[in-house]
Design a protein around this ligand. Structure first.
Ligand code: NAD
Length: 461
């Protein structure tokens, strides 16, 4: 790929609009190209509430692995009359049939099915749908979200919501213009451990935060190389074409809540570095796959600095055989947490007792009980029936989304959160390709991130 094509694939075509300089020159001003993608936004979707929707009518696009799991999360909400699934779309008729049969186990009304490659647009045009859920390959997320909002629908899209900088701006602009919710469904923000830590942050247990670490360390070799798992092996193709951290949000979503990103602090700049690629190639060879060059390095490290001086280390590795981890480390002036396995250190007030040990099991359990998040207290028992959704967190996420829409209150995750957590991917790719050069991270809120606001996820509904 030549340099212009490469930068365009990361920033979008608008980066080059009316820029005369020589694109093959080594002195391309990357920051100028980034600035060129900017669209004027006003931050008006912060605190946005739509009118109450007593029963949310839902359409789902993409019923592969993830879409089917999300569909299953609706069982309780449909039975309670909080939601109804109106229509389903997938280009594979067998997947649609399977999804329909799952749905009909808990909903008596039959869904309308859309199976042509562009018929998701007909689904989006229906006037009897309020919310469109998108669980398709990454390249389709933004085009589908934009179209759905322009058809007057709220959107809840899988991670990441956008893969270029230009797409991020368009998502924000369209949400502001149409006054529709457009959120990314980051389920890890609803996990027990992450909610517990968030509650402790809010209660001051960590003091002032200085540093956090998150990750997506997940051995996906078998699934990436499986010809049947991801439709047309779309996810493997991403590893052929790109190099950086392109699955940022499972680590960064919870961290952003710990650090009040968008609610008093924001990302300032990042730098990113990828290792060489070995493990995916070795796995492919073992499985007798055809010889392909994978551009994505095995291990990516991206470091972000926030405007208020906190640092975040994000790691990404789905090539290496190793235990799963999102790291989930948080460092403050009074406490430190490390995940996988979860451990807590509480600093003593008196220097004499400063130590080097995690707190013992009994004290740890006391902290677990004392700071259990209100959402977990309320929903844990019901979520146990939905363990298939990552142990229950997927159910809690869908429950909160639908109930917020029922009640006409702000959603837990807003459009600015969604693009801030996603934009790190293309910017990491850019930094990797430019010898880890620091890249400024745009502000999508028009300066409104400066206003300190309470997190919506701390509100009981
Ligand atoms: N949050 C999580 O924990 C989590 C877990 C897994 C996957 N995901 C995300 O979910 C998304 C889907 O991943 P997946 O594993 O289900 O992949 P998948 O390949 O199993 O599913 C994608 C589906 O989209 C369908 N599709 C493609 N083009 C379409 C079109 N034009 N119209 C309608 N349907 C179309 C495909 O046929 C396929 O069934 C990805 O964004 C992934 O990152 C999130």
């Amino acid at each position: 790929m030549n340099r212009k094509k490469f930068i365009k694939s990361i920033l979008g075509a608008s980066a080059f609009a009316s820029i005369p300089f020589n694109l093959n020159s080594k002195n391309i001003n990357i920051q100028k190209l980034i600035d060129n993608t900017k669209i004027d936004t006003d931050g008006s979707m912060i605190g946005f509430k739509s009118k109450k929707i007593p029963k949310v009518k839902v359409g789902i696009i993409g019923l592969g692995n993830r879409g089917t799991t999300l569909l299953k999360m609706f069982n309780y909400l449909v039975q309670k009359n909080f939601a109804e699934i109106i229509a389903l779309s997938d280009i594979k008729k067998n997947k649609l049939e399977k999804a329909k049969n799952i749905l009909l186990k808990y909903q008596s009304e039959k869904p309308k099915l859309y199976s042509d490659v562009n018929s998701w647009k007909d689904l989006a045009k229906r006037t009897d749908i309020d919310l469109i859920i998108i669980a398709t390959p990454w390249k389709l997320h933004t085009p589908m979200s934009l179209y759905a909002m322009n058809q007057g629908k709220h959107v809840a899209c899988e991670v990441p919501i956008s893969i270029t900088l230009e797409e991020c701006w368009k998502i924000v602009k369209t949400a502001e213009k149409t006054k529709k919710h457009c959120i990314m469904m980051e389920n890890c923000n609803y996990n027990d451990e992450e909610l517990w830590i968030l509650n402790m942050v809010q209660e001051g247990v960590f003091g002032d935060i200085t540093h956090a670490e998150g990750a997506y360390l997940h051995d996906l070799r078998s699934l990436l190389l499986d010809e049947k798992y991801y439709e047309n092996q779309w996810r493997l193709q991403e590893h052929v074409e790109r190099n950086g951290n392109f699955y940022t949000t499972h680590g960064l979503g919870p961290i952003s809540f710990y650090l009040n990103i968008g609610r008093g602090d924001t990302f300032s700049y990042l730098t990113s570095m990828s290792s060489r690629e070995l493990n995916l190639s070795i796995a492919a060879k073992k499985q007798k796959h055809k010889n392909i060059d994978y551009k994505c390095g095995d291990m990516n490290n991206t470091i972000i600095k926030t405007k208020k001086g906190k640092t975040i280390l994000l790691q990404f590795d789905v090539h290496t055989g190793r235990p799963y981890s999102r790291i989930n480390k948080l460092v403050g002036t009074k406490a430190v947490h490390d995940g996988y396995p979860s451990r807590l250190y509480i600093d003593d007030e008196t220097p004499k007792y400063w130590g080097h040990n995690w707190i013992n099991k009994e004290d740890y359990n006391n902290y677990i009980e004392k700071y259990k998040h209100p959402i977990i207290k309320k929903l844990k028992n019901i979520s146990l029936n939905f363990k298939e959704g990552h142990g229950g967190m997927d159910f809690i996420m869908i429950y909160r989304l639908i109930r917020c829409l029922n009640l006409g209150v702000e959603l837990d995750i807003n459009v600015y959160d969604s693009v801030m957590w996603s934009v790190i991917s293309p910017l990491s790719e850019l930094s990797v390709s430019e010898k880890s050069t620091p890249i400024d991270i745009p502000d999508f809120t028009n300066g409104k991130w400066k206003n300190i606001r309470k997190l919506e996820i701390m509100r009981e509904i």
